[in-house]
Design a binder for this molecule. Structure first.
Ligand code: ATP
Ligand code: MG
Length: 155
């Protein structure tokens, strides 16, 4: 069924607002679009965006900023989740989507989690003919791009 990625992104942000507030972080949603049609299981795609926002909150210190943007890039609708947190070392970026992979073992043990979040997110996005990738700089922050083909079907 066709869904609206703008609505899915906004719903995900609304659900994570309190979690960010509890860490004194701002979580904002920015788009100039009202409707970007994607043919997806909307609950699963919302879960993916929530999962990426959870990472942003987890790996960003108190007082940080997290921003979710939804926009169109050619034939894709894109959800971009940005943070100004601890960032990811360059050498780790190619391995992020492996099951159980976590960047700094000692540091991430204290954080809790299994290292499955991004691998599951990738499976779901790829099942929708989409793409997910990460750009990051250590000490500066992280950007996660989720790209889903724009649907041209009538319904
Ligand atoms: P889980 O999601 O299973 O609870 P996790 O968050 O450790 O555990 P992933 O979501 O798969 O696992 O992320 C893998 C690793 O990538 C994390 O352990 C962390 O080191 C790094 N990472 C993910 N998102 C960010 C981010 N926004 N900023 C910095 N590091 C990140
Ligand atoms: Mg995670």
């Amino acid at each position: 069924k066709n869904s609206n990625l703008v609505k899915i992104g906004q719903d995900a942000v609304n659900k994570m607002e309190i979690t960010a507030q509890n860490k004194n972080q701002t979580l904002s949603f920015i788009t100039k679009y009202e409707f970007l049609s994607v043919y997806v299981d909307k609950d699963r795609i919302e879960q993916v965006i929530i999962n990426i926002i959870s990472n942003a909150i987890k790996y960003t210190p108190s007082g940080g900023h997290i921003q979710v943007q939804v926009y169109r890039d050619k034939n894709y609708a894109v959800a971009l989740i940005k943070d100004n947190g601890i960032g990811i070392p360059k050498r780790a970026i190619p391995r992020l989507f492996e099951r159980f992979y976590r960047v700094d073992k000692a540091r991430s043990r204290e954080m809790g989690g299994t290292g499955l979040g991004l691998s599951i997110a990738k499976q779901i996005v790829v099942a929708h003919d989409g793409e997910i990738f990460v750009e990051s700089k250590e000490g500066i922050g992280t950007e996660v791009f989720i790209k889903i083909p724009i649907s041209k079907k009538k319904d």
